[in-house]
Design a protein around this ligand. Sequence first.
Ligand code: PGA
Length: 235
Amino acid sequence: MIIAANFKTNLTRYQTREYFSALENFIHDNGICQEVLVFPSATSLYLHNGKAIMGVQNAYPAVNGAYTGEIGTEQLDEFAIKTILIGHSERRHVLGETQEFIAQKFEFYKNLGYKIVYCIGEPLHVRESGEVKMLDYLNAQLVGIDTKYKDLVIAYEPVWAIGTGLTPTLAEIETLHTILSLTCKTPILYGGSVKAENAKEILALNNVDGILVGSGALKVNDFCSMISDAEKLNK
Ligand code: PGA
């Protein structure tokens, strides 16, 4: 399975180094076979050698250029980063990225062979408007995205579950993942208020191929406990 941590705007460069060091020890000491991805903030990136893969939370679709405040592949190459999060709810809803721009970013990083963790998810009012509208909304977030791309991972993260402590029921997660898996033959992660306490039951669901964890992964011991859960399930 794929167990991923998104630090968002948390942890310093020093704390990130300490985190990776503890994580690598854990993976080594426990013979972990799961795929572990970690997305630190851009200022904490470094050339990491180990089993856990360091990815970037965001980057501009350019090698370099005049894009103030952004980073491009020239900066990512320095740290051998080949994994990127695209379409995260906070990029869509807080930072205003449109589907058109997200699709452009996807195409750019796809053409460079990056592993792409592509996020989709509906706000609460859409969920409350029924399953048909909800699926339409999620499908609209796949417009312009090559769902057959070999290094694509989808993360289903309901917007209302991110950072709120709320989650859909286990049955709701399983149903949605099963529907998505009919069209997307790629690993599908669940994200949104996953923590050490609920990771195991979510990971055990059919068509859940892993988790993408934000605040619940900020303490390395909690993240390691979720990795252990995945390892024990042996899916
Ligand atoms: P959360 O965030 O685990 O803090 O809800 C998940 C995410 O945004 O990827």
